[in-house]
Design a protein around this ligand. Structure first.
Ligand SMILES: N[C@@H](CCC(=O)N[C@@H](CS)C(=O)NCC(=O)O)C(=O)O
Length: 326
């Protein structure tokens, strides 16, 4: 598979430029982590990728060619965070919830400080008082007397209001269907692996107490049960099914997941964003889902995809689960 990527011309010694973000510092040897802002003169270079690990085999061919043609848009550069915004707002979340992670990611991209309020999974009163039902995420912005649910609406608000920094920083969804299809293809597999682990670690803030863990198990089916079938089981049966799922050998499922990740690695554009053109709602949607996979131990991440996971985690200021993976 071939990709056309911008070439960073004029620097044959320093292969990477614009090293001003912490993201890039983390990714480079420390001696290269300078804050030099270097002009980019994008031309084209050929990136050759293999199906097993797209990014790991990307070759940037640099040269000292300089042309007078106007610069084309540069698409492979790390995202530069805007200035820190500090204002009174609270985001109510469950840590494992991908919809909540979407909003955390958007706030991280915008560099907006926020009070992160982790709801216990059996706390019905707090969300009901705020928006009338048990749901997360919920965003509270007292300055405007706003309290709202719905991840996409919250992101729309914070990316269109100047009080939250520069607007329209997150590009609209690209309309790509392959990333959505990929997500759909792993939905059941991920549910089976992730759901028991969320509660079994005992470390997620929403699952610190037994009642909270049980509330999750009661309301979240494990494949092959569907929602309706799950409702018909009694609580002890559900607890037993979750326990058995944790006791089962995950190896065959992990092998399947590893293969799916190789396929995903092939369609994720680069280590900073998944779609050509820059950080977009595609990343908000995809990364929020991928983050949960890190709770599964022994998953083999293709090198490029792993960089994407780490870069976005750093940008979002949302940690991955690797240290508590089971
Ligand atoms: N469309 C909503 C979906 C939010 C949602 O389904 N959140 C789940 C957590 S992942 C929830 O709160 N479910 C109720 C519950 O867990 O009791 C959004 O995008 O914000």
């Amino acid at each position: 598979m071939k990709r056309t990527i911008p070439r960073l011309s004029g620097f044959s010694v320093l292969p990477l430029v614009l090293l001003s973000t912490t993201t890039v510092r983390a990714w480079l040897p420390s001696r290269m982590a300078t804050t030099a802002a270097v002009a980019l003169k994008p031309t084209t270079a050929t990136a050759t990728t293999s199906s097993s690990s797209s990014f790991s085999s990307i070759m940037l061919h640099l040269s000292t060619d300089v042309s007078d043609s106007p610069p084309a848009p540069v698409s492979i550069t790390p995202f530069n965070k805007p200035k820190r915004v500090v204002l009174d707002n609270t985001l109510y979340v469950y840590d494992h919830c991908p919809f909540c992670v979407r909003v955390r990611l958007a706030l991280g991209i915008k560099n907006v400080k926020h009070n992160l309020h982790f709801l216990a999974n059996d706390d019905v009163d707090t969300p009901t008082r705020l928006v009338g039902k048990k749901i997360a995420p919920i965003f509270e912005f007292p300055e405007d007397d706003v309290v709202m649910a719905e991840s996409m609406d919250i992101i729309e608000l914070i990316d269109s209001d100047e009080r939250f920094g520069p607007t329209n920083m997150i590009r609209p969804p690209s309309g790509r269907t392959d990333l959505k299809e990929w997500q759909k293809s792993v939905q059941s597999l991920l549910r089976t692996l992730q759901r028991p682990r969320y509660v079994a670690t005992g470390l997620l803030p929403e699952f610190q107490q037994r009642d909270a863990r049980h509330a999750f198990i009661v309301n979240h089916q494990l494949p092959p049960y569907d929602k309706e079938e799950w409702k018909s089981l009694d609580k002890d049966e559900k607890l037993r099914i979750f326990e058995e799922a944790m006791a089962a050998d995950p190896a065959p499922m992990i092998e399947e997941l590893n293969a799916r990740l190789v396929a995903l690695d092939d369609i994720v554009y680069c280590e900073y964003y998944c779609t050509e053109g820059g950080l977009s709602m595609d990343d908000i949607d995809l990364w929020a889902r991928l983050r949960s996979i890190t709770i599964i131990r022994d998953v083999k991440w293709p090198e490029g995809l792993r960089k994407y996971m780490d870069n976005m985690s750093e940008l979002a200021d949302v940690p991955l689960y690797d240290a508590m993976a089971m």
